[in-house]
Design a protein around this ligand. Structure first.
Ligand code: FMN
Length: 213
């Protein structure tokens, strides 16, 4: 029986778009909605170790394309966002986060001391490498949410890791901000000439992908 769930249909409809129609632009509202879904993504302890960089400047998009093995999606899609990880999750960052929670929820920062100490312990017990790896996993949650939000709105997207992150960090000046690029998402509308739109989806069977215990 065909699945009529809008979530499943959107997942079947979407694909990593290889060729975008450069003449079709996303509305500002649609683009903002995708970004808002990213901003609202969950993360471990709510630490949000990310930045979503919207690349508007065509010259910057061209430079990024060169750092991305000339993948045409980078310049031909209507929008491009780079997902970066915050490399500086430390005690000062946690203090700022605790202050934000206190302000948002109208409680005193002191009442959050137990949570704050626990967070600081969790962070200080990790090596820098482990911390960045952990933070990076949070960024990829947002990537998934971006892709599904776009799909539910019949907006095409291509997630991309195929680029030289050092070059992209340099182009965007991320190093001095203590951020590092992890992935990009091109969003827009598929070109009628994109033959990969008709490729059958290759996925493991339910039996292979899912285990019940
Ligand atoms: C993290 C990530 C990085 C990817 N990098 C690229 C990329 O650089 N270029 C590209 O064309 N597709 C890229 N893809 C797309 C995958 O190849 C694609 O999602 C996968 O083959 C499954 O196909 P589908 O998304 O079309 O269903 C990437 C996907 C993910 C999730």
């Amino acid at each position: 029986m065909p699945n009529t769930s809008p979530i499943v249909s959107s997942m079947e409809w979407r694909y990593a778009t290889k060729k975008f129609d450069a003449t079709k632009k996303l509305s500002k509202e649609d683009f903002s909605e995708i970004l808002e879904a990213a901003r609202l993504s969950p993360s471990s302890f709510g630490l949000q170790p990310w930045k979503f960089i919207v690349v508007k400047d065509p010259k910057v998009r061209q430079s990024i394309r060169e750092a991305a093995y000339d993948q045409s999606q980078v310049t031909e899609a209507s929008g491009l966002m780079v997902l970066a990880v915050n490399k500086k999750i430390n005690s000062a960052y946690i203090d700022e986060y605790i202050f934000d929670i206190a302000k948002t929820r109208g409680v005193s920062p002191n009442s959050l001391k137990g949570f704050s100490d626990m967070l600081k312990n969790s962070v200080s017990g990790r090596s820098t490498e482990n911390l960045i790896s952990w933070s990076s996993r949070q960024v990829f949650i947002a990537l998934g949410i971006i892709l599904e939000t776009a799909a539910l709105k019949n907006i095409d997207a291509c997630p991309m890791e195929g680029f030289d992150p050092k070059k992209v960090d340099e182009i965007l000046g991320l190093e001095k901000l203590s951020f590092a690029s992890l992935a990009m998402v091109a969003v827009g509308y598929r070109s009628a000439e994109d033959v990969s739109a008709d490729y059958k989806k290759v996925r493991f069977t339910k039996e292979k992908a899912i285990m019940e215990v």
